[in-house]
Design a protein around this ligand. Structure first.
Ligand code: SF4
Length: 269
């Protein structure tokens, strides 16, 4: 394992690895990451500032200078004050809580935006600076949810039925759309924990094997099956379709792909 170049894995790595091993190789081993559109960079910067704001607020530090600098942050913080998530009361609250867990020769890493602990219970809180996605199941199945709950049980030692994860979404949901709540609380259970463990172990064993073949035999990671519709479909398009020779065949398909901006996507990065 010493010769393998990639040992620390976050939820973002796992999400991409599970989506498509070749995509994982392209981004993290071949460094083929595409340039970010400037709008995306601005959003990321605002997201970082909001997390800093919430951290300072949790610590009882001054936040007014941050609010004064940005009407967007003011709006999100006002929304937080008007529609706060249902947070546990707890004697231990820590922002940006970091933890690690060794598994199958890798180190899993997580940073909880806020961790609240009270007696035998724990709540992980995550701030999102967009509108709550409609597809609850996609949020439950996202690796951020699965890994964070798994690590809270493994690293902090809580019983699985005493842990939950709370997502809070900073952008308001329109009055006429469901769900109305701008937060989502996901409970945990022993069966979810065992399922995550099995999936994780399988994924990591595969990753080790792909990385060994990549480093010793220059063999590429496998591509996802076309039938999985992860390369491109009417609702999504992988940025590596050209690199992978997986571009759509017909003009109609290409036209569909140019309209991706109108389709809501679950983003838990
Ligand atoms: S185009 Fe398809 S095979 Fe290639 S990285 Fe993207 S999802 Fe994977």
């Amino acid at each position: 394992m010493e010769s393998l170049p990639f040992l620390q894995l976050s939820q973002g790595h796992l999400q991409i690895l599970e989506t498509c091993p070749r995509k994982f190789q392209s981004i993290f081993l071949d460094n083929l990451t595409l340039p970010q559109p400037s709008l995306a960079s601005e959003k990321q910067e605002l997201g970082k500032q909001f997390h800093q704001l919430m951290q300072q607020q949790a610590l009882g530090l001054e936040i007014q200078p941050l609010l004064d600098d940005s009407p967007k942050l003011q709006g999100w913080f006002q929304h937080f004050q008007d529609s706060p998530p249902l947070l546990m009361t707890g004697e231990f609250r820590q922002s940006e809580y970091q933890c690690t867990l060794p598994l199958e020769g890798f180190t899993l890493t997580a940073v909880f935006d806020l961790l609240i602990q009270s007696g035998d219970r724990a709540q992980i809180v995550d701030w999102k600076t967009y509108r709550r996605p409609l597809r609850t199941q996609a949020i439950q199945q996202h690796w951020q949810t699965r890994l964070y709950l798994f690590m809270a049980a493994e690293v902090l030692g809580y019983a699985t039925d005493r842990i939950s994860m709370m997502y809070w979404f900073a952008e308001s949901t329109p009055e006429d759309s469901k769900p109305a709540q701008n937060w989502l609380s996901i409970p945990y259970s022993e069966s979810m924990h065992q399922q995550t463990r099995e999936t994780l172990e399988k994924l990591l064993v595969s990753l080790r094997s792909w990385m060994q073949d990549f480093t010793t035999k220059h063999q590429s990671f496998p591509q996802v099956a076309l039938s999985a519709q992860k390369c491109w479909s009417k609702t999504q398009c992988c940025p590596f379709v050209t690199h992978c020779h997986r571009t759509p065949d017909s003009a109609t398909d290409l036209e569909d792909l140019t309209n991706l901006g109108v389709i809501a996507e679950v983003s838990l990065d």
